[in-house]
Structures are given as structure tokens and as C-alpha cells.
Design a protein around this ligand. Structure first.
Ligand code: SAM
Length: 217
């Protein structure tokens, strides 16, 4: 990871305190978010906004997620070193970088070509060994499955078994599911081959999932 200035590290520390005040407790998630410079993943002209607790527009009409959202989804996944994780929606690459810093083997799929190309180049520049794929992540990545964890970073109309079937036993899928205005954060854990448990973790607002199992225009 490239070095950044003490001033920006200080701004990141403030953001970490804000995340703690919002209920993020996992020390390793907070440490990863302190370690990864979010401004590297921002449009260059707006890097001064990178440590505000806001989502921000990126290319292709998409967004880099809210830091709280990244922290919450990461906490829910309970990432362990060596976990094989599929991220659906590479976007800026920030969430993928957090997962990598936590020691996961990350496969990240993006449907918007300009974002895929940009994130791939940025991961290389930062020395982050993340597998990037251009394609429709709503179908998962059957050729590489099964996964320990799957994280969806776009709003899904429903939970579909095409994805939950790609989890290992004890694997987790964390995804925002609902309508286009608001989604519930759902965590599904695969208890055994045919049994799943589901928990719900608050309301969020994501850009829509597109593709075969996404929203139709
Ligand atoms: N994880 C990203 C980050 O850290 O910047 C945030 C991504 S943004 C909220 C959601 C992303 O999902 C967008 O880049 C969008 O293009 C992508 N997306 C939407 N539908 C998709 C699909 N079917 N397959 C792959 N990516 C998809």
C-alpha cells in the first residue's frame, strides 16, 4: 500500500471514531479501515471529501459506498485470513481493498467496464493481489465457487439461490435486499447443504444490481 500523509491519517482516525460511535465494534475492521487510504479510491479532484462519512459518485453513474456501509458489511462477514470471498460490484475497489487487507482471497466482479479497468489498474499500483472480473455478478461466479463469503454491494430485488448455492457450508452471504428506495441488509449463513439461517441488519440505500438476477430497466 502506498504511504499517505499524517494529515490524512488523522482525518481517517476521526472517521474511525465516527464509525465506532455508530456501533462498529470489530477491532480488525476498524484497523483495516484505518490502514486503507480511502482517498486513493476517490475521483482525483474530490479526494478532500474522502474522509467524510458519505457515499460519493464515481464513473459509470455508480458510487463508492458510505464508510459506515463498508464497515457494517465487512463486520457482518466476519472475515478470516484465507477466506475465499466474492465481491459483487467492484466499483471503486475500496471494499475489495478492505477485504484484502483483512487477509482474504478476493474475487471481485464488476459489470461497468470503465470501473473494472480502473480498479484493476489501481489494485496493481497498490500491490493488492485481487482477482478482478468483468461480467454479470448477479449470477455469482460458478466456475470459482464455492466461497466462504459473498458480499453484494448493489441492491438486489431478492435473495436468489444461485448465489446461496455458491457458499461453502458455514459460508455467509451479506447483501442489501429490497426495493429501489430502501433495502434491508441481510446475512444468510449456510448451515448445511440444504439449510440456511437469515438475519436482518438495518436499512440501507444502494445503487441497483443489474444483470440476469438484478433489476430490469
Ligand atoms: N464496492 C464498491 C466500492 O467499494 O466502491 C461499491 C460499489 S457500488 C455501490 C455498486 C457496484 O455494483 C457498481 O459499481 C455497479 O456497477 C456494480 N454492479 C451492479 N450490478 C452488477 C452486476 N450484475 N454485476 C457486477 N457488478 C454490478
Amino acid at each position: 500500500m502506498l504511504k499517505d500523509s499524517y494529515k490524512l491519517q488523522g482525518q481517517r482516525s476521526q472517521l474511525i471514531k465516527e464509525l465506532q460511535s455508530m456501533g462498529i465494534t470489530s477491532p480488525k475492521v476498524l484497523k483495516a479501515m484505518q490502514a486503507v487510504p480511502r482517498h486513493f479510491f476517490f475521483p482525483a479532484d474530490f479526494s478532500d471529501k474522502a474522509y467524510q462519512n458519505i457515499a460519493f459518485p464515481i464513473k459509470g453513474g455508480q458510487t463508492i459506498s458510505h464508510p459506515y456501509t463498508v464497515a457494517k458489511q465487512t463486520e457482518l462477514m466476519d472475515v478470516q485470513p484465507g477466506d475465499k470471498i466474492l465481491e459483487i460490484g467492484t466499483g471503486s475497489g475500496y471494499q475489495g481493498a478492505i477485504l484484502k487487507v483483512l487477509g482474504a482471497d478476493v474475487y471481485s466482479i464488476e459489470t461497468v467496464e470503465v470501473l473494472h479497468t480502473q480498479a484493476k489498474a489501481l489494485f496493481k499500483k497498490l500491490g493488492l493481489d485481487i482477482v478482478t472480473i468483468l461480467g454479470d455478478g448477479s449470477k455469482g461466479l460458478p466456475d470459482v465457487a464455492p466461497f466462504d463469503k459473498i458480499i453484494m454491494t448493489a441492491a438486489a430485488p431478492n435473495l436468489n439461490e444461485v448465489l446461496t448455492n455458491q457458499l461453502k457450508v458455514n459460508g455467509k452471504l451479506v447483501a442489501p435486499v429490497g426495493d429501489l428506495a430502501v433495502q434491508k441488509m441481510i446475512r444468510v449463513t449456510r448451515a448445511d447443504d440444504n439449510a440456511y439461517t437469515k438475519t436482518t441488519h438495518g436499512d440501507f440505500n444502494f445503487v441497483p444490481l443489474t444483470g440476469t438476477y438484478g433489476w430490469k430497466n
